[in-house]
Design a protein. Structure first.
Length: 160
């Protein structure tokens, strides 16, 4: 039997170790793979734009002026939930409504108690804008002119 020299056995061990290390090194990735980054897309949020306040439509119909009528009365009632008939009249005239076309019921009853509600009528181009102020709320409606040529029935406040 032949005897192997210690140098050749040591060389074989070194060769085997190198091969094992080479195989193991080949199994591992050379560099870490980049992780994909997800950038959230920015969605533009629409900025709300302020709705312009309604305006009086000069020469317009009752229907065209109803949004403005509601706006004027609502703004007044927000300041004072129980305005007087005179204050309602002054507010409508200052807002541009024709004083001669406005009718308002009285703010006091015949026994001098506060009225539960006040009715307002504004005649515009053959139609009536009707409003009612009751319990701090404003209710409006469009109506045809009465046979009397007026918008309201009954006793109205003096507009002096």
């Amino acid at each position: 039997m032949r005897k192997r020299s210690g140098a050749s056995v040591g060389g074989m061990i070194a060769l085997a170790a190198a091969l094992v290390l080479g195989l193991v090194a080949g199994c591992a990735p050379a560099a870490p793979l980049p992780t994909p980054t997800i950038t959230p897309s920015v969605t533009a949020t629409p900025t709300p734009t302020a709705t312009p306040d309604p305006e009086l439509v000069e020469g317009g119909t009752a229907g065209q002026n109803r949004p403005y009528f509601v706006f004027v009365l609502t703004r007044l009632v927000e300041e004072n939930p129980s305005p007087s008939s005179k204050r309602l009249l002054r507010t409508l005239v200052e807002a541009g409504f024709d004083r001669e076309a406005i009718e308002i019921t009285q703010d006091r009853t015949r026994i001098d108690a506060p009225a539960d509600s006040i009715l307002i009528g504004v005649l515009i181009d053959g139609q009536c804008l009707l409003g009612q102020v009751i319990d701090g709320e404003v209710v409006t409606e469009l109506a045809e002119v009465l046979g009397t040529g007026r918008c309201l029935v009954g006793r109205t406040a003096s507009l002096d």
